[in-house]
Design a protein around this ligand. Structure first.
Ligand code: FES
Length: 145
């Protein structure tokens, strides 16, 4: 049911942990399944993401997507990180079963929440970034399936 890449990132998740004094942190949850994800970003003065860590209290798909998403935003500028959507993460994992698509939203939303936190602390605007939702089930689900 899961691709090899999903299994790999689930069993050996990259970038697990936390960053002290992170430039931005974001926590989001999915009220439907109760899963929670937190992302920490370390961003330098050129707005490049130097390091990223995550903690996920969630299902295997949530762990795998957060692991892949952290790999994809590392080394990117905050603006480039906006292109790491849940669809891009799913593609990089060679797909997820349809019932698990919502799990990949947790990673995207947590990154956005952390970017929002960073932007607010530094008084900058990141194009296309909207105020994060604390609960991803607030999304209009029709667009996801
Ligand atoms: Fe909750 Fe996957 S079932 S994030």
């Amino acid at each position: 049911m899961y691709t090899e890449k999903v299994m790999d990132h689930f069993q050996n998740p990259r970038n697990v942990g936390e960053i002290e004094n992170a430039s931005g942190t974001g926590t989001v949850g999915n009220a439907k399944c109760g899963d929670i994800m937190r992302i920490y970003l370390d961003i330098d003065k050129n707005q490049v993401i130097r390091d990223v860590k995550f903690k996920t209290f969630g299902c295997g798909a949530a762990v795998a997507t957060s692991s892949m998403a952290t790999e994809m935003v590392k080394g990117k500028t905050v603006q480039e990180a906006m292109e790491v959507t849940n669809k891009a993460v799913m593609e990089a994992l060679d797909g997820l079963p349809p019932v698990k698509v919502h799990c990949s939203l947790l990673a995207e939303e947590a990154i956005h929440a952390a970017l929002w936190d960073y932007a607010e602390k530094n008084g900058i605007t990141i194009e296309g970034l909207e105020k994060p939702k604390s609960d991803i089930s607030e999304h209009d689900e029709d667009e996801e399936y």
